[in-house]
Design a protein around this ligand. Structure first.
Ligand SMILES: Nc1ncnc2c1ncn2[C@@H]1O[C@H](COP(=O)(O)OP(=O)(O)OP(=O)(O)O)[C@@H](O)[C@H]1O
Ligand SMILES: [Mg+2]
Length: 210
């Protein structure tokens, strides 16, 4: 049985879809990976379609789109045939978000290292706690060092929450690769963005215990 990672955060634009895509491609270098888009915005699905014509799309991924009552079944099916299933969720707490979180081995929450993003994550953290799911936070668009980042790190640690020790910086490379249907590890395998995503994959695997 594969591991299911639900990328969730009520705050819009936190980087859920970008992170799901980047992690999926990097994980697929050494494992079989499915991505499941349950967001009606469908950005990950469009990215998946772009991959079909992207010459640099080196990794094979299974792409699925689903919502509603069949979601749980789809997750079970995908996890039976893949090492990892990444679910991209919409910026809302609704029944689909609950289904995705219920089916997840880990709920991954991207956030800007600033208090409003942690406040916005409370709904997702509460839902994960209700469903007794493991959570991990990851800083996205993070400055290398800032007073706010340190303050957030301290607050997260004080609450006993897990923060992946590899943050993602704000890099045009992420948005550019996404726009071409690629991961940064495909678009520029030796870029800093690619190194960052590979480090995030290692931290993610450690958090999930695989
Ligand atoms: N680390 C980053 N560096 C540069 N651009 C980024 C980074 N993370 C995200 N972006 C860009 O920010 C925008 C929002 O990211 P994304 O769509 O992944 O957020 P989201 O949480 O999925 O949003 P929504 O809640 O609407 O689903 C996108 O254009 C994406 O390419
Ligand atoms: Mg999204």
């Amino acid at each position: 049985m594969g591991k299911v990672i639900a990328v969730a955060q009520q705050k819009g634009g936190a980087g859920k879809t970008m992170l799901a895509a980047q992690l999926a491609v990097a994980l697929a270098e050494t494992a079989s990976v499915a991505v499941l888009d349950i967001d009606p915005q469908g950005s990950l699905t469009i990215w998946g379609k772009l991959r079909a014509n992207a010459p640099k799309a080196a990794q094979a991924l299974t792409l699925a789109t689903i919502s509603g009552w069949r979601l749980a079944n789809e997750v079970e099916k995908l996890k039976a045939s893949h090492d990892f299933v990444l679910i991209d969720t919409p910026p809302v707490i609704d029944s689909d978000a609950r289904r995705a979180i219920r089916g997840a081995d880990l709920v991954l929450i991207p956030l800007n290292p600033a208090p409003p993003d942690l406040w916005a994550a409370e709904g997702t953290l509460k839902l994960a706690a209700e469903e007794k799911r493991k959570t991990a936070l990851i800083f996205n668009r993070a400055p290398a060092a800032s007073r706010l980042r340190k303050r957030l790190e301290a607050e997260i640690a004080a609450r006993g929450l897990i923060l992946l020790d590899s943050a993602l910086a704000n890099r045009a490379g992420y948005a550019n690769a996404f726009a071409d249907g690629l991961g940064v590890t495909e678009a520029g395998p030796s870029t800093q963005a690619a190194a960052e995503i590979r480090a995030a994959v290692l931290a993610l695997k450690a958090a999930i215990g695989s």
